[in-house]
Unconditional design. Sequence first.
Length: 311
Amino acid sequence: MSDDWNDDLESTRVSDIDKLREELTRRTQRDRAYLIVLAGTDVGKMFKLDEGETVIGRSHRADIRIDDDSISRMHVKLSLDGTSVCIEDLNSSNGTLVNGAKIDTEQLRDGDKIRLGETTILKFTFHDRLDESFQQKMYNAALRDPLTKAYNKKYFVDQLGVEIAYAKRHQTPLSLVIFDLDHFKRINDTYGHVAGDMVLMELAELVQAMLRTEDVFARYGGEEFAIILRGIALGDAGVLAERLRVAVEHRAFVNGGQRLPVTVSIGVAEFDDQVEDSMGLVEAADGALYAAKQSGRNKVLLKYGEGHKDA
């Protein structure tokens, strides 16, 4: 065995050790403070704490806003100084617990569980960049439909309950749009499932571009989608639904050089005195969708009282 070969081997070993040491150092630099939602709305969501003060509450003025009726508008304040984090209850109505003990002010340690109000539990932890990236990917995977990147049905159901509670509390309008593709099975049978998937992906991209940041767009079923519209009354929701219908009808969905016949039927309903809960709102919008399909498809119908009306 030559000395040159031994020198090369030693050089490789040193290089590998250096790379490993660098990687371990990078992995152990867990100096980024985070809160992760363990229970309540948005389970798995991660909030990065910035240097200085961060206020958590259900007010729009809070730095971290959590939709939970049992949380005060300005519930707690967290103060970050380097890697030191202090939590202070802001005279909240239902109090703040850290690891089961009620606190006024407390120094947080990695892994502490923070309970705000009756249902929300946050975990305080330090992450590095890899932890952060992994946690974010896991969170997105739990919320999103893998094909269309719209929210999934579970997130939709959870969020609809949150939005109804918000509408009740603030006495603001809330509308729900449910739509599906007309004769989608025919598209799959005629052009294949790859073409069908392409239609779903392009449709979702088209719809998402027409919505506000706060609107919740979800894949509710196979070819059925839903949109939660906070602060939007029935009439305006109908206007949006009609714009959406026209946009889909005029969009060129092309597969193998051939344009596919794609249209949607849409039902719209508003949360009002005739609707008791989230399931009632879904049933109202779904009933309008069914009526739209029964009356010829490629149209929008709004739920009005006991009947339906064109947009």
